[in-house]
Design a protein. Structure first.
Length: 226
């Protein structure tokens, strides 16, 4: 019998990692072993995206996958980050995982960094969305049923008014021409609530929008059943 490649997916809580999960599910040679996420231990939220742990855990449950959460100190040096990631990689190898997948799209330096970090671990780097045209990919995600909210906006690149908005066709049509439709250059980050990678949607309840440093963060939490 053909032996499937066991994959740990780097999970940001956003649309690109979620769509990477969907694409990997469509490929019969891969078995997804878990979702790997780093958390800011000071705020207990996903770094950059600002996603609450409770939402992250709801996503893992909706995907029927175990969550591998890695708390990072705040502030976190690159050395601290790499130590913790080496520990995670060793755990993955011990659990017979073969590869780590990422939702990166076209940034060559980011891909090179990930490949360097995995080079001596015994884990293969995978990039299932690599070089997909982002304008077409963004619309493919939306047409495919992915639903997401903008949780973080870099106000040096995009107006803070976009924070909290739906990632939908209207948003894509209103983005300035210089903004990547998938926000790959850090213009914005998202949190996914529904899509073909989940067996059931997550109901998100909006909270306040906070501007910290150069970023506008839109807070969301899982809506409690009435």
């Amino acid at each position: 019998m053909h032996r499937m490649t066991r994959v740990l997916l780097s999970w940001s809580s956003g649309k690109d990692s979620a769509w990477a999960l969907h694409v990997l599910h469509l490929r019969s040679e891969y078995e997804i072993a878990g979702l790997l996420t780093t958390l800011n231990s000071e705020f207990d939220r996903v770094a950059m995206h600002g996603t609450r742990r409770s939402v992250l855990e709801a996503q893992a449950k909706a995907a029927s996958l175990p969550l591998w959460d890695v708390p990072l100190p705040w502030p976190c040096s690159n050395a601290d980050y790499e130590v913790r990631m080496r520990e995670v990689c060793q755990r993955a190898v011990d659990e017979k995982i073969n590869a780590v997948a990422f939702g990166d799209l076209f940034l060559e330096d980011v891909r090179a960094y990930r490949e360097t970090q995995l080079r001596e671990t015994g884990l293969q780097p995978l990039f299932p969305l690599w070089q997909m045209p982002t304008a077409a990919l963004a619309r493919e995600m939306i047409a495919g049923g992915l639903r997401a909210k903008l949780t973080c906006v870099d106000t040096h690149q995009l107006s803070a008014d976009f924070a909290g908005r739906d990632f939908d066709e209207r948003l894509l049509n209103e983005l300035p021409i210089e903004i990547d439709p998938c926000g790959e250059r850090g213009e914005f980050h998202t949190c996914v609530s529904s899509g073909p990678m989940f067996h059931s949607p997550i109901e998100l309840e909006p909270g306040e929008i906070v501007i910290r440093d150069r970023f506008a963060f839109a807070d969301f939490q899982v809506r409690k059943a009435s």
